[in-house]
Design a protein around this ligand. Sequence first.
Ligand code: ADP
Ligand code: TRP
Length: 322
Amino acid sequence: MARILTGIQSTGTPHLGNILGAIMPAIKISNNNMNDSFLFIADLHSLTQIKNPEKLRVNTLSTAATWLAFGIDTNKSVFYKQSDVPQATELAWYLSCFFPFSRLELAHSFKDKSNRLDDINGGLFSYPMLMAADILLYDANIVPVGKDQLQHIEMTRNVASRFHAKMGETFIMPEARVEESTKLIPGTDGEKMSKSKNNVIDIFLDDKALKKQIMSIKTDSTPMESPKDWSRCNCFALYEILASDDQVNLMKINYSNGNYGYGHAKQALYELVMTKFSKQRELYSYYMSNPDEIDKILAIGAEKATTIANNVLSRVKSKLGY
Ligand code: ADP
Ligand code: TRP
């Protein structure tokens, strides 16, 4: 039996990279009867970027609706939002006191922006400690994440070891789990798909807007008639992740034969997205129109999460003499 835990920030509607890289793999392992799981919306982490209550609320709903649309089993998994269990912020404080400032400075989440220090808030700097608390607070064994989060999991293990060295064994040592095939989903510009880069595919957009996004995928200027190198094409890379083996083989032939333009390839990708995710698109809009249902589900999750969180927090506090 392993305890699976992962979170996703509510900084916008989850995009195809979030879905394939984090949400689907997490749901898959949490549906295994050998595991129990904690899946949450990291809405406290979102506050490092978003200061608008309306926006935070909508993002929380759309992140929850995505998990629900992709089939999270809320009877089996504890599904909650981070801000409903503030015990994590208390644990984050304790952990911070065991972790060197100089190592926090090395976190990519901070370092990538350290040339704009005036724009960085303290929350962004201590972000990895809140993430460590999210994980250690629930005795998680396995944390499914995309590749970009590996450093944060390393920091979590590191702070747990430092705490143990001074206070004795207290935490379960978590391990990251990266799904190899979906560890880095490219965006429409070929770079890592990311909410902050304006290169996302949002599968929940209406048909026309989704098509426009897919048509904006960057391709080279090889003429329609000429054969094309599928191995260097960004549209193909996305198609390959979503399509069946037969569909992929056929697409390779289309590219190699020529007389098949990038417009055709993009149209094929658009149709694939529409058919593959038709059920999820329907469920997503159902939940977005029924926010009360989402609130009820998250409230049940918060209650279950709080029980575990209080247990682990008392263990930590007794070690610290509080
Ligand atoms: P973003 O970069 O869009 O802000 P987040 O940092 O909120 O995404 O990531 C949420 C989860 O989705 C993380 O586990 C992250 O590793 C995963 N993820 C994000 N972008 C991608 C991507 N392009 N490919 C694979 N996984 C991704
Ligand atoms: N930092 C993660 C991200 O940007 C979100 C997150 C917060 C998380 N706490 C977590 C992921 C705990 C896994 C475990 O994607």
